[in-house]
Design a protein around this ligand. Structure first.
Ligand SMILES: Nc1ncnc2c1ncn2[C@@H]1O[C@H](COP(=O)(O)OP(=O)(O)OP(=O)(O)O)[C@@H](O)[C@H]1O
Length: 404
């Protein structure tokens, strides 16, 4: 049993790691099945899966071999001990030292005690597995994070919507040598619409990640109503913001439930859902469905078009009436017809709110109060559309490329 236990403990960690990578390949292929199929990459993924399962398969074979050897050894030892015991007992009876009754009494006590001990040790491999799992869980629990949702902090019931990045330095924790921002200052006044423009990968979405406090700045600070957001309660910061991204994520439930999900406790009235849907230009479409607001949207909203999903996501974002709206390429995945409907919804939603908008199509941000051009971790141009056109810099160049 000891041999079995020792061999399984080592294998547990190795097999877990190997299964993790094979599970990752399978999960990725299944979650993105349409992309895989449309690229005709089924065989590539199948081959990758076989490649990554080769290791777990090898470990499983070794594990089975060791476990069988351990089992054979323990059983063999047990039966050899019985025969030696019985032989010894028989010799003692023959020599007149013990009676038959005493010999059997003694033998059975030893056999039953050994069997009970065997049962205990049979559970030891499970104990080893449990220990390994507990180590993994505790490693995760012990990971330190400065972004703690349970930490007490300043809570604001209402905000005017003023935001700022003050002398912010930032790099992603997984890429310590790539500096995304160096001493960046961005100031957004209440109800202002600020557009972020710049080449792909310059850090536009990272501004949103810092405002939502998915990451903390390395230097400088991010503020909401002049409070450093690190001193505020995390949920309270996020509660004042609504994010609409490029790929809306809906849940496998009814349209009404999806919209009400935007409220802190997920509960609200039909009227609330309807007025958010009207604001998001989706009410008429929902009413045209046989089951109206009770229509199930399917897994990840698969039964709706991209534009419909996006407008439901906007309704969900708007239902709690946030003061700050973060739009990260919210219309870029849509065709021009859907884009028009979504853009109209966003223009209505922007009214009276501070809005940070990231858009590649510059026609959608021409009327922004402030346009910031981000390049090489810095804000290199800032102003309104016509001011930047007059500057004849990067923004003017980008506009020219888009025939604006
Ligand atoms: N989670 C992450 N971990 C490590 N690096 C990241 C992460 N997210 C983004 N990056 C890197 O940070 C840089 C800025 O990314 P970001 O998404 O902010 O750019 P962007 O300007 O929004 O790009 P795009 O216009 O293509 O969406 C990129 O070089 C990107 O590869």
């Amino acid at each position: 049993q000891y041999l079995e236990l020792a061999s399984l403990t080592g294998f547990g960690e190795k097999t877990r790691k190997a299964y993790e990578s094979s599970g990752q390949v399978a999960g990725e292929a299944i979650a993105n099945i349409r992309t895989v199929v449309s690229l005709a990459k089924e065989e590539t993924f199948e081959a990758r899966y076989f490649e990554v399962t080769r290791e777990p398969h090898k470990y499983a074979l070794h594990k089975a071999l060791f476990a069988s050897f351990g089992f054979a050894l323990s059983q063999g030892v047990a039966y050899w001990s019985y025969s030696i015991g019985f032989y010894g007992g028989y010799r003692l009876v023959e020599a007149g030292i013990l009676g038959w009754g005493q010999m059997f009494e003694c033998m059975f006590s030893i056999v039953f005690t050994a069997m009970s001990l065997g049962h205990i040790t049979a559970e030891l491999p499970k104990f080893a597995k449990g220990k390994q799992s507990a180590i993994n869980i505790y490693e995760l629990l012990d990971k330190d994070t400065t972004i703690d949702a349970d930490k007490e902090g300043i809570q604001l019931d209402t905000v005017s919507g003023s935001l700022a990045l003050e002398k912010v330095d930032f790099h992603y924790p997984t890429r310590p040598d790539i500096q995304i921002f160096k001493n960046v200052d961005i100031k957004v006044k209440p109800s202002q619409t600020v557009a972020l423009v710049g080449p792909s990968g310059c850090g536009k979405s990272t501004v949103i990640a810092l405002l939502e406090r998915w990451y903390d700045a390395d230097g400088g600070k991010v503020t909401l109503e002049n409070y450093d957001i690190r001193d505020m309660q995390l949920h309270n910061v996020r509660q004042h913001m609504a994010l609409v991204g490029q790929e809306p994520v809906l849940f496998d439930m009814s349209i009404k439930e999806n919209i009400l999900y935007g409220l802190p406790n997920g509960e609200g009235t039909m009227e609330q859902a309807e007025s958010a849907a009207k604001l998001a230009n989706i009410h008429n479409f929902v009413m045209s469905l046989p089951n109206g607001y009770d229509t199930n949207v399917g897994d990840k909203g698969s039964q709706l078009s991209g534009g419909q999903k996006q407008r439901i996501a906007i309704a969900r974002a708007m239902i709690r009436n946030p003061k700050i709206l973060l739009l990260d390429e919210a219309t870029s995945a849509l065709d021009s017809e859907s884009e028009k409907l979504v853009q109209e919804a966003l223009d209505k939603a922007r009214y009276g709110r501070t809005t940070i908008v990231i858009a590649h199509r510059l026609s959608t941000i021409q009327d922004a109060d402030l346009i910031l051009v981000v390049k090489n971790g810095q804000i290199v141009e800032s102003g309104r559309h016509f001011e930047l056109i007059d500057l004849r810099g990067i923004y003017a160049d980008l506009c020219q490329k888009q025939n604006l």
